[in-house]
Design a protein around this ligand. Structure first.
Ligand SMILES: C[S@@+](CC[C@H](N)C(=O)[O-])C[C@H]1O[C@@H](n2cnc3c(N)ncnc32)[C@H](O)[C@@H]1O
Length: 287
């Protein structure tokens, strides 16, 4: 079976356009969950006053906006994403933070519309694994970096290390609501866990010509006040889950909800909150 990259790219833009309002609603949760990841990435690029930093697949641009404060007033950041609706959320956030050195631009990371060697650092948090051709995107990343510039990225580790995603995925697959593995899957298919291998990330960085590669796994905890919040958040953040579940009849939706609540009960804390583990890979390298 072959992978139709262009059909995927078009569907991906539409998907993320639709997902944007949910991501804006859950911005604070993502900010808390991702704080250790953003800080690792910022330490890795060590932004200096006056520099120019590019964030790819930025969504609401949170990581670049942390950099924007460090490089102000002469330095600037470009917050970029393929989905204009995500960038609307980023613009609103920049205004909220009073940042004057943030430019938001629609860009596809596989063909970055910026000149050669035009930025000092690139950030990409949870983006490359969703791209039709991450090798090309990393080549483009290196092209726009000045020699010696740094890239810092995050990709989810394997799905088994991320029960916040594996349990809903299992629920849907056992009910036949998402295609199950047929043995004829294409050799490469993008998705949240498609680069969940340190060896593969390192290989892609090397093939793109990067040096001084560092790579780590970070354990994260997703905390929710209770199952209701987890359910609503999953509907907001995962378009696939949203579409698969909400296309069902009301009775079945309730069954899915009850069954998932049972699956997640193992993560209940003494105060009734849910604390669900997760693991991301973070990597940095020099152009
Ligand atoms: C999981 S969200 C992550 C957003 C943000 N980086 C964060 O960590 O919160 C993935 C984002 O990648 C963007 N994206 C996916 N493929 C892309 C591509 N080829 N070029 C640019 N953006 C892309 C999507 O539009 C979406 O906003």
């Amino acid at each position: 079976m072959s992978f139709d990259a262009n059909a995927y790219r078009q569907a991906s833009v539409e998907n993320w356009q639709e997902a944007a309002p949910g991501w804006v609603r859950r911005a604070e949760l993502m900010r808390e969950l991702a704080a250790p990841v953003s800080h690792w990435m910022l330490d890795a690029i060590a932004p200096q006053p006056g520099q120019r930093v590019l964030e790819l697949a930025a969504g609401l641009g949170e990581t670049a906006m942390l950099a924007a404060e460090l490089i102000a007033p002469m330095g600037s950041v470009v917050v970029s994403d393929q989905a204009e609706a995500m960038l609307e959320g980023a613009r609103a956030r920049a205004v909220e933070l009073g940042l004057a050195n943030v430019e938001c631009r629609v860009l596809n990371a596989e063909w970055i519309d910026l000149p050669l060697a035009s930025v000092d650092a690139v950030l990409c948090r949870w983006g490359y694994m969703l791209m039709a051709d991450p090798a090309t995107a990393l080549g483009e990343t290196r092209r726009v970096l000045r020699p010696g510039g740094r890239v810092a990225l995050a990709v989810w580790d394997a799905i088994e290390q991320n029960p916040w995603a594996s349990l809903p995925a299992r629920e849907l697959s056992e009910r036949g609501l998402v295609p199950s593995a047929s043995g004829e899957e294409p050799s490469w298919a993008p998705g949240p866990f498609a680069l969940g291998s340190a060896a593969r990330v390192s290989e892609l960085l090397q093939q793109a010509g990067f040096a001084e590669i560092v790579l780590e796994a970070l354990e994260l905890t997703r905390r929710h006040a209770g199952f209701d919040e987890l359910w609503d958040t999953t509907l907001d953040l995962s378009r696939n889950f949203h579409d698969a579940v909400l296309s069902r009849a009301e009775g079945e939706i309730e069954e899915i909800r009850a069954s998932l609540a049972e699956r997640f009960a193992q993560y209940t804390c003494a105060d009734g909150a849910l604390e669900i583990p997760g693991r991301t890979l973070v990597a940095a390298a020099t152009a």
